[in-house]
Write a protein that binds this ligand. Sequence first.
Ligand code: ADP
Ligand code: GN1
Ligand code: MG
Length: 363
Amino acid sequence: MPVDLEFIAKQFRVYGDFVSARPYRSGHINDTYLVVLNQGGLPVSYIFQRINHHVFKRPPELMDNITRVTGHIRAKLESAGVEDPFRRVLTVIPTREQLSYCKDKGGNYWRAYVFITGAHTYDTPISNEQAFQVAYAFGKFQEMMVGLPGPPLHETIPDFHNAPVRFEEFRHSLKSDRYGRAKLAGPEIDFLTEHAGLFDVLPGLVKKGKIPVRITHNDTKVNNVMLDDETGEGICVIDLDTVMPGLTLYDFGDLARTTLCDAAEDERDLRKVEINLSRFEAILKGYLSAAGGFLNKTEVSHLPTGAKMMTLLIGMRFLIDFLDGDHYFKIQREMHNLDRCRVQFKLVRSMIEQETEWSRKQR
Ligand code: ADP
Ligand code: GN1
Ligand code: MG
């Protein structure tokens, strides 16, 4: 069904005549559009997103989380006297009925955000400084979540980073092999099986009370921080669908996965997939200078475990989707999910090789 963004836009409290709408830098799950309205001769941009309700089964709960989280950050920015709070936190635009989302005739859920001007996201960092900025922004975000008042946030995807549960999913997919694809992924299946012990480390530490469950972002890809075009500063953490209870090490891990190497997540030339030691130093510095004040000792000493575990986990999720016939992550070509999986597993290998050096940097 074609998307009628002019109609969708009318449901929200935005003013002006509809000018245009186009798909805008979408990730693997939701659909993002840039909508332009004419406000008294001035073109004004907005971000509209269709929430994937097959993945996020309860969009109203998800939007409740986002409203609370963004409201909390905004209050903090305002009380600190920050000049441009509209660029430093997502602003949810309400509908005419004062809801944070609307539902279209096809049963799709939509939301609208103020467009953050003068800043961009990058799919891979182009410098250590950018990596530092992204790490710092996610660290600050976690720090701000420490004092979030009210009841626990909704779990928007149950067991999202529960690696042992995900590993069971993998075993199930492998066993049923519905698309006959397991034969194409022999080395990846072996690699995962060999390294699956990594998945038990963090749950073990939680059980022993050594690391706490906190409120975390859970999708800390490098392209989920907007960097200011002029200063390069990481000004706004976006993509808040998975903000919920989690481990800080998940966030550091996904941050490491997407910043330590300049190759794309789906790079086919695996020779390009090597992690960069000076990047590790940059994210360590950025993350700890923001989050070091509240993390406990075990969290800090297990940052490398977080990096390996999350990279292996995301690689496994790509592999599961490949085995299951590519129904979860959007793909642009055949074997896309297997290519993505290969990159993640190569990253894990490279992380293991560099671990001794990492520990030196951590001291
Ligand atoms: P996805 O879940 O698909 O990754 P995001 O929420 O990260 O969706 O948005 C996709 C891209 O759209 C981002 O990487 C960013 O470049 C851009 N974007 C998202 N929200 C805004 C905003 N409020 N202002 C400007 N650009 C935005
Ligand atoms: C998905 O939507 P996007 O592209 O930001 C996925 C993340 C994965 C990521 C891998 C809800 O994120 O968990 O780490 O792809 N989001 C969901 O690139 O599954
Ligand atoms: Mg994103």
